[in-house]
Design a protein around this ligand. Structure first.
Ligand SMILES: Cc1cc2nc3c(=O)[nH]c(=O)nc-3n(C[C@H](O)[C@H](O)[C@H](O)COP(=O)(O)OP(=O)(O)OC[C@H]3O[C@@H](n4cnc5c(N)ncnc54)[C@H](O)[C@@H]3O)c2cc1C
Length: 321
C-alpha cells in the first residue's frame, strides 16, 4: 500500500482551485485500491476547509493548526517535512505556485527526496514514477524519473488535471505542527487590480494583445473587436504592467494559464517563453505579427504575417458582413 500526499493551497479563507486538480492527479497515481490519498491543509483555520475538501477521491484530510492564517514558507516547510516523516508517502503533490516555490525545493533537497517542478504529466511507466515537464525554455518535453528515491516531491502545473466531481466522506484528523520559528511577517494584503474581473482560466475564446498595439489609446479598438467576436480580451505582461489592462487579464508564467481556452488569437505578441507558458497548450492558436520570425509562429496553427491594425479592420468588416 502506498500513500499520495496532497498539500492544499488556500488564500484569504478560500481554497485555491488547483487543490482539486492535485487530488485528481493523485487519483491517477493510485496503483491499487489499497493506496491512499491524504490531503493536508496548514493554517490557523485549517479545520474550516474540511467541508470543502470532502470530495470524491480523498481518504483522509489532515488539518495542521498553525500560528498563521496564511502561507508562510517556514511554517509550511516544517509542517510538510514532519508530515512526510510521519506518513512516508511515495509522492507529495504541491501546486506549481509562488507559495510552493517558497519552500518545496529546500524541503526536498534537505531530505534528499526526488524533486520535479512544473509537472504536467505524472504516471507510472512500469514500476517507475515518471514526471513530464518542459525543458529548454519549453521547447521540448522532458521525462524525469527518480531512481533510488522512495519519496518524490513535485509541483504540478495548474489547469492541467481536471478536478474530479462528486462529494466524499474522508476521515478528518489533526496533525501537530512541530515548533517552528517563522522569519516572515504578513502585514497587509494588497488586492491586485481586477479582483472582481472575469476568470480568464475558464473562458474558451481569447483575443490577446501585446506590445504590438503600440499605445494605450489603441486598446479600446481591440476591446471592441473582442466583444464583437465574442472573445475575452487578454494580454501579455507589458500591457498589464503598463496598467492598460488589469493584471487579471495577463496570460503567462507570472499571469494565468488559460486552461479552458480552445481558440487563442495573439495580436502583436512575440511569443516569449513566459507568455507561451500560459497558452501554448491551446488547440487552436492564431498569431498575427509583422515579424515572420516571431517565436509565436512556432506554436501557431494559423500564422498571419500582417499588421494587427489591418487585421483588426479586415476582421471587423468580415464580422459586420
Ligand atoms: C520572471 C518573468 C515572468 C514573466 N511572465 C510573463 C507572463 O506571465 N506573461 C507575459 O506575456 N510575459 C511575461 N514575461 C515577460 C516576457 O519575457 C516578455 O517580455 C513579454 O511576454 C513580451 O510581451 P510582448 O510579446 O507583448 O512584447 P514584445 O516581445 O515586445 O513583442 C511585440 C511583438 O509585436 C510585434 N508587432 C509590433 N508592432 C506590430 C504590429 N503593428 N502588427 C503586428 N505585430 C506587431 C513585434 O514584431 C513583436 O513580435 C515575464 C518575464 C519574466 C522575466
Amino acid at each position: 500500500m502506498s500513500t499520495i500526499l496532497v498539500i492544499a493551497e488556500h488564500r484569504r479563507n478560500e481554497l485555491r482551485p488547483v487543490t482539486f486538480e492535485l487530488i485528481s492527479a493523485a487519483q491517477g497515481l493510485k496503483k491499487s485500491a489499497d493506496d491512499k490519498v491524504l490531503v493536508a491543509v496548514v493554517g490557523s483555520q485549517a479545520e474550516t476547509f474540511t467541508a470543502a475538501l470532502s470530495v470524491s477521491g480523498i481518504d483522509e484530510i489532515l488539518t495542521i493548526p498553525a500560528p498563521v492564517p496564511e502561507f508562510d514558507p517556514d511554517v509550511y516547510e516544517a509542517a510538510v517535512s514532519a508530515l512526510i516523516e510521519a506518513k512516508q508517502p511515495s509522492v507529495v503533490l504541491l501546486p506549481h505556485s509562488v507559495d510552493s516555490l517558497g519552500y518545496a525545493a529546500t524541503l526536498a533537497s534537505k531530505a534528499g527526496y526526488g524533486f520535479a517542478t512544473d509537472v504536467f504529466i505524472v504516471e507510472y511507466q512500469g514500476s517507475d514514477l515518471v514526471a513530464t515537464r518542459g525543458g529548454y525554455n519549453q521547447k521540448v518535453n522532458v521525462e524525469v524519473d527518480f531512481p533510488g528515491k522512495s519519496i518524490v516531491v513535485m509541483t504540478i502545473r495548474a489547469s492541467v488535471f481536471k478536478p474530479l466531481e462528486g462529494s466524499g466522506s474522508p476521515a478528518v484528523s489533526s496533525f501537530d505542527l512541530p515548533t517552528v520559528q517563522s522569519r516572515s511577517q504578513n502585514k497587509n494584503f494588497v488586492e491586485q487590480g481586477g479582483g472582481n474581473d472575469i476568470d480568464i482560466t475558464t473562458v474558451d475564446f481569447i483575443m490577446s494583445i501585446g506590445r504590438g498595439i503600440g499605445e494605450e489609446t489603441n486598446v479600446e479598438q481591440f476591446r471592441e473587436l473582442a466583444e464583437t467576436a465574442g472573445a475575452t480580451l487578454c494580454c501579455s505582461r507589458p500591457i498589464a504592467d503598463a496598467g492598460w489592462l488589469p493584471k487579471s487579464r495577463q496570460v503567462g508564467q507570472s499571469g494565468k494559464v488559460v486552461g479552458s481556452c480552445k481558440l487563442y488569437v495573439a495580436l502583436g505578441i512575440s511569443g516569449s517563453i513566459q507568455h507561451m507558458a500560459g497558452m501554448k497548450h491551446v488547440p487552436t492558436i492564431v498569431a498575427v505579427n509583422t515579424d515572420p520570425s516571431a517565436s509565436i509562429f512556432t506554436i501557431a496553427k494559423y500564422g498571419i504575417v500582417a499588421d494587427i491594425f489591418d487585421f483588426e479592420e479586415e476582421l471587423n468588416s468580415q464580422l459586420a458582413a
